[in-house]
Design a protein around this ligand. Structure first.
Ligand code: HGY
Ligand code: MN
Ligand code: MN
Length: 427
């Protein structure tokens, strides 16, 4: 358990070099950069693509330049370690991810990893040693956008998904096998996974990716946990036919069924209210031609709620609706669960620590659950964990316009620095 009686560190005045952190975010953001017409600067570094490899190479170079020992495990997770003075206590781990979605931003995940390197560099610059070793990790395929489930690397790391099963995952875009892609980009590491030993605690700095902090005018989000996540891939097969000659009464149109399901998912989430959300994000039509009634449609349903009973109710309702509309339209149905994670509550002492440190450094704070999934929800299975949120401008993320002000980045990184200092108990 992390120390519960924090002693104010003699380095209470210690601060990160925010300029250095922002420069690194922009340098990493130049890899897989996507620029928009209004000055947006986002990133496309889908897991295990060449762009992801190039991003990994840059971050590993920074890790080595800081003199950290770098290990790569069998699922491609990278963990860099700064030794502590007491080899008998487990490391404090800082971590997140550097893979992005196709319309990603420069901050999602990257801030947590580069914020960790900034903490390390600040300690080194000031000659501060810590009892616990400090680790900075990035986990493979947090987004799950190419290989499901999301948080795949950290899930394997904590033993929640068998390594072999993860290595056999197939890419949604080109069907590539995850294990082959790891070898191709040179990140099929030799360190065993799941991890043989857990960190003493885990802390993740992350952008909120929603509107809550900005609307509340608050700088630091004290994250209490992560909502439940349910991803399902649905394939509906009808009968392709001529768009002009086939009377409506004879049609078996999978796209009509799929469209009705997408509309019902949206209606359901609106009616349920609260934290319920529903998204149909991927939608593939075959043969996808103007004059052919489709043969099949494959699409995804992402539903989430902070309350697992409500999430199950939403899943049940949609399953019944899907089966009913497919019967009505004389179509066949295949469904595959891509991800299913129950809501997670973080460790109370870690939540209190984040709140206390943030307040002590003059920040406004707000407690909130995370709407997005994070590696922290997996590390919470094996050690005391919490997260630090900073605001997202216009509540936007998974959009190339994703942005967080430098002042908020600085505030979040300083909270990270002092939470880690408390946990690592500087000698
Ligand atoms: O899907 C999520 O919530 C995360 O971005 N992987
Ligand atoms: Mn993220
Ligand atoms: Mn994301």
């Amino acid at each position: 358990m992390p120390p519960s009686d924090p002693t104010p560190h003699r380095s209470a005045s210690l601060r990160v070099d925010a300029g250095r952190l922002v420069r690194r975010l922009n340098e990493l953001g130049a890899i897989g950069a996507v620029h928009g017409p209004n000055g947006e600067h986002g990133c496309a570094r889908l897991a295990l693509t060449d762009a992801d490899r190039d991003g990994r190479e840059l971050v590993v170079t920074w890790m080595r330049d800081l003199g950290l020992s770098v290990s790569i495990d069998a699922i491609g997770n990278v963990v860099a370690t700064r030794a502590g003075t007491n080899p008998n206590v487990a490391p404090v781990m800082i971590g997140s991810h550097i893979d992005t979605v196709r319309t990603g931003g420069r901050f999602d995940g990257n801030l947590g990893v580069l914020g960790g390197l900034e903490v390390i560099e600040t300690l080194q610059q000031h000659g501060i040693e810590t009892d616990h070793a400090i680790q900075v990790a990035f986990f493979t395929d947090e987004e799950g956008a190419r290989f499901a489930p999301d948080m795949l690397g950290s899930l394997v790391y904590v033993g929640g998904l068998a390594l072999e099963q993860a290595l056999d995952a197939r890419a949604a875009d080109d069907g590539a096998r995850l294990g082959d892609e790891l070898v191709r980009i040179g990140y099929a590491g030799s360190t065993p996974c799941p991890t043989a030993s857990s960190p003493s605690s885990f802390i993740e700095l992350h952008i909120e990716q929603g509107p809550v902090l900005e609307e509340a005018g608050v700088t630091i989000g004290v994250v209490t946990g992560v909502q439940g996540i349910s991803w399902t891939e649905v394939t509906i097969t009808g009968r392709s036919a001529h768009a002009g000659t086939t009377p409506m009464r004879l049609r078996r149109d999978p796209l009509f069924a799929a469209a009705a399901i997408a509309t019902e998912a949206r209606r359901l989430a609106g009616d349920m209210g609260g934290t319920q959300v529903a998204t149909v994000g991927r939608f593939e039509v075959f043969p996808n031609l103007v004059n052919v009634i489709p043969q099949s449609v494959t699409f995804t349903i992402d539903v989430r709620n902070t309350d697992d009973a409500l999430l199950r109710r939403a899943e049940q309702h949609l399953l019944q609706f899907v089966e009913q509309i497919c019967t009505q339209e004389s179509c066949t149905l295949q469904m595959r669960t891509m991800a299913r994670f129950e809501p997670v509550s973080f460790d109370e002492s870690m939540i209190n620590r984040v709140e206390r440190v943030a307040t002590a450094h003059g920040n406004s704070t707000l407690r909130l659950p995370s709407g997005a999934g994070h590696d922290a929800q997996m590390l919470a299975r094996v050690c005391p964990t919490s997260m630090i949120f900073v605001p997202s401008v216009n509540g936007l993320s998974h959009n190339i316009a994703e942005f967080t002000e430098s002042a908020d980045i600085e505030a979040g990184a300083n909270v990270l620095l002092h939470v880690v200092l408390e946990l690592a108990k500087p000698s």
